[in-house]
Design a protein around this ligand. Structure first.
Ligand SMILES: Nc1ncnc2c1ncn2[C@@H]1O[C@H](COP(=O)(O)OP(=O)(O)O)[C@@H](O)[C@H]1O
Ligand SMILES: [Mg+2]
Length: 396
C-alpha cells in the first residue's frame, strides 16, 4: 500500500477577492511522481507554493503525515524546491553550489539541549559527490557555473535541491527554458533520478506530452479547480470532460444521446460503445480520438464525409473531414486528397462517452482549424495586414 505523505483539504486561495484555487482536495503518496498539469494561470504554481510553505491558503488545511502545517515555514518542512529560473551562485563552482545547503548549521537536540551543529567536511564531500554522480555530473565538481550548458546547470540545481535528502521535491516547470531535444533527455533523467532515490516528485507543467511521459499520477487543473486525477492512461483514454479531452491530445467532441448502456446516437445513427451508467436518453459529449478513426471506401462507411484539408505531419497526415458541416480531425498514414469522399468505421472502443459539463460545446470541433487551411488554399483570400497566411518567399 502506498503511504500518504501530504494532503490538501479544501484549500482555497483568493487574491483581492478573486478565487484562484477553488476547494482543492488532493493527496500525495510516498515515492510518487505526481504532475500538476494545466494551462497558464490555472493555479499550479500557487498549489506548489502552498505545499512548499511559501504561501498560506486563504482557507483549508495542509497536512504532512496528518499534522496541520499551514503556518510552518519552508525550511521546517521536509520539502525542497527546484524553480524554473534555478538561480545558481555564479561565483561558486559546481561542488560549492551543491554543498551550499549542507554548510548551513542546523539545530540539533541532544539530551534536551538545543545547539547549532555543522556537518563534518568529510560527510559533506561524500554527499555532494554521491549526488553529482546521481545527476550524471561526476567529475564536474570544479567547473564554473558559466562553463556549463543549460542542461548541466539544471542538473546542478536538482543536485542542490536533493542533497539535503528531502522527502518531497517540488519542481515548477524546471525544463521550460531548455530546447526540445534537451527537454526530452532531461525528462527521462528526472524520472530515473526519482525512481533511483525513491522520493516523491511534485512536478508542474503546462506541457501535456511531458506529463504523460513522466508521471505516475496526473492532476489536470483549470480555473483553480481539479478537473481530473488519474494515471496517464486514465486521463488519455477516459477523459472526464471536454476540457480534459481537448487539453490532453487532440479530440473530436460531438453531441450525442446515450440511448441505453453501450448504445450511443450521434449524426442520427446508433453506435455500440463500451460506456454505461448514464440516464436513458441522456445528452452526452462523445470523444473520438483522431488516430482511432478507420477510413474505408464510401460504401463501407458508417458515416461518409468529404476531405477538406490535408497536412503532412511526418508520421501521419492530419486529414480534416467534413461530416454534414461538422469537421473532424483524422490522423492516418494513408493519403486522401482534398475533395475525396470517404467512409469511416468506428469500433466500440474508439468511442468514449462523457457527461455534459460547463466545457461542452467549447472544444473538439475542427472547423476553424480547417478554415486556416482553406484560406491558404484560396487564391482569392486576402491576407490581413502583417498576417503571414498564404505568404511565400518571406522566410526569415
Ligand atoms: N501574488 C499574487 N497576487 C495576485 N494574483 C496572483 C498572485 N499569484 C498568482 N496570482 C494569480 O493567480 C492565478 C493562478 O496563478 P498561478 O498559480 O501562478 O498559475 P499557473 O502556475 O498555473 O500558471 C493567476 O490568475 C495569477 O494571476
Ligand atoms: Mg506557474
Amino acid at each position: 500500500m502506498a503511504k500518504e505523505l501530504i494532503r490538501l483539504v479544501d484549500c482555497c486561495m483568493a487574491f483581492d477577492d478573486e478565487l484562484v484555487l477553488d476547494h482543492i482536495n488532493l493527496y500525495f503518496n510516498d515515492s510518487e511522481f505526481l504532475t500538476l498539469l494545466g494551462p497558464s494561470g490555472c493555479g499550479k504554481t500557487t498549489t506548489l507554493r502552498i505545499i512548499g510553505g511559501f504561501t498560506t491558503p486563504t482557507s483549508g488545511e495542509v497536512l504532512f503525515d496528518g499534522v496541520r502545517m499551514n503556518d510552518i515555514p519552508p525550511h521546517l518542512r521536509q520539502v525542497n524546491t527546484v524553480f524554473q529560473r534555478y538561480a545558481l551562485f555564479p561565483h561558486l563552482n559546481v561542488f560549492e553550489n551543491v554543498a551550499f545547503g549542507l554548510r548551513i548549521p542546523r539545530t540539533v537536540e541532544e539530551n534536551g539541549k538545543k545547539s547549532k551543529k555543522k556537518l563534518p567536511e568529510k560527510e559533506i564531500r561524500q554527499r555532494v559527490l554521491e549526488m553529482l554522480e546521481i545527476v550524471s555530473l561526476k567529475g564536474f565538481e570544479n567547473r564554473r557555473i558559466s562553463e556549463l550548458s543549460g542542461g548541466q546547470q539544471q542538473r546542478v540545481a536538482i543536485a542542490r535541491a536533493l542533497v539535503n535528502r528531502p522527502k518531497v521535491l517540488l519542481l515548477d516547470e524546471p525544463l521550460a527554458a531548455l530546447d526540445l531535444r534537451l527537454r526530452k533527455d532531461m525528462q527521462s533523467e528526472l524520472k530515473r533520478i526519482q525512481q533511483q532515490l525513491g522520493i516523491t516528485f511534485i512536478y508542474v507543467t503546462h506541457d501535456q506530452e511531458e506529463a504523460l511521459a513522466m508521471s505516475d499520477t496526473i492532476v489536470v487543473m483549470d480555473q483553480g479547480k481539479i478537473q481530473q486525477i488519474g494515471t496517464p492512461e486514465d486521463i488519455y483514454n477516459e477523459p472526464k470532460n471536454a476540457f480534459v479531452a481537448d487539453f490532453i491530445g487532440e479530440s473530436n467532441i460531438l453531441d450525442g444521446i446515450m440511448h441505453q448502456d453501450y448504445v450511443v446516437e450521434f449524426f442520427n445513427r446508433k453506435f455500440k460503445c463500451l460506456d454505461k451508467g448514464f440516464q436513458p436518453m441522456e445528452p452526452v459529449d462523445v470523444v473520438i480520438r483522431p488516430e482511432d478513426v478507420d477510413i474505408v471506401p464510401v460504401e463501407k462507411g458508417q458515416l461518409r464525409g468529404t476531405v477538406t484539408a490535408v497536412t503532412f505531419k511526418g508520421v501521419h497526415y492530419d486529414t480534416i473531414v467534413d461530416f454534414k458541416g461538422f469537421k473532424w480531425l483524422i490522423q492516418t498514414t494513408d493519403y486522401h486528397e482534398v475533395g475525396k469522399e470517404i467512409g469511416i468505421v468506428l469500433n466500440p472502443d474508439d468511442i468514449h462517452i462523457m457527461h455534459k459539463s460547463q466545457y461542452s460545446g467549447m472544444f473538439g470541433d475542427y472547423s476553424s482549424y480547417s478554415e486556416e487551411y482553406d484560406e491558404i488554399n484560396d487564391p482569392t483570400y486576402i491576407e490581413e495586414e502583417d498576417g503571414n497566411l498564404g505568404g511565400r518567399g518571406d522566410e526569415e
